[in-house]
Design a protein around this ligand. Structure first.
Ligand code: SIN
Ligand code: NI
Length: 273
């Protein structure tokens, strides 16, 4: 009898697979683990594309972003690379995101996040939303998609369940292990959940859910693709940010238009390809 590798049977999670229990758990905890948001074959293809993008855009990762000590960050890659555009617009990802959030969403931006082999640096605990120039965004969330297997040793994510209810915290230093806990000491005593991912798996996290990623202690770069959504009604509040900086927006402006398609528009763009 031949033995089939388990991956032969791996299937993609569709929006119909997202149960009301999963949605309720996401709303309670601020994160959800969704295995197989894309197939293994897609993960392998998008991994190759992301590595190619990183090679071409290396200089851009050196730009002064908050992340740069812990990882290389490439933002709005969907605007520049056909394969990554396909991943960012992936209908499964947008539809699952909207089911979990429970409100209409639009794209804030995407990003490829690469931790070099033996990078020796965690992405320390933080919330995402305090970095963003957003008002009126109550259900923003990120889909963090593993493009290769990401065990704990390669830099997977950990979350503090329920911490998305802390909407009062300011931005913290991603390279300072004490940053978030100095601002909010009680959070350091909360349980943490660490979620290793197989290639093609995903975690969704609310932008106020405190999270970190371990260092990469393996010989392979850790490659993740993140699609970030905000409420469709999100308003620009004037805070400096690398995505909105070149746009000369006035505070009070709804973040809509070509750069910020709604989830429905993203699905239409994917279908029209
Ligand atoms: C990481 O991938 O290392 C961090 C991602 C995040 O902070 O959202
Ligand atoms: Ni983050």
């Amino acid at each position: 009898m031949s033995t089939l590798h388990a991956d032969t049977f791996s299937r993609v999670t569709t929006p119909d697979d997202v149960s009301s229990e999963t949605i309720a758990n996401y709303q309670r905890d601020g994160f959800a683990h969704v295995p197989g948001i894309i197939s293994k074959a897609e993960a392998a293809r998008f991994h190759a594309a992301a590595v190619g993008v990183a090679g071409r855009m290396k200089a851009r990762a050196e730009e002064g972003t908050a992340y740069r000590k812990a990882l290389a960050q490439f933002v709005n890659v969907w605007r520049e690379d056909e394969a990554i555009r396909e991943l960012t617009l992936h209908p499964n990802v947008a539809a699952v995101a909207e089911k979990l959030a429970g409100v209409p969403l639009r794209l804030w931006h995407d990003q490829i996040l690469i931790k070099d082999p033996h990078n020796n640096a965690a992405t320390e605990f933080h919330q995402d939303q305090p970095y963003w120039p957003h008002d009126h965004s109550l259900q923003p969330l990120s889909a963090w998609i593993a493009l290769l297997d990401v065990p704990v040793e390669r830099g997977c994510m950990s979350f503090i369940p329920g911490s998305h209810r802390r909407t009062d915290l300011q931005a913290t230093d991603l390279t300072n292990a004490r940053g978030l806990f100095d601002k909010c000491p009680e959070l350091q005593w909360e349980p943490r959940v660490t979620v290793p991912l197989r290639a093609g798996d995903c975690t969704f996290h609310h932008a106020r859910c405190a999270h970190m990623a371990t260092p990469n202690n393996t010989d392979e770069p850790r490659v993740a693709h993140v699609v970030i959504y905000m409420d469709a009604a999100t308003i620009f509040n004037g805070k400096p940010h690398l995505v909105t900086g070149p746009l000369s927006l006035q505070p009070g402006h709804v973040l809509e238009g070509e750069l910020f398609p709604s989830a429905a528009e993203m699905m239409n763009m994917a279908a029209a390809r």
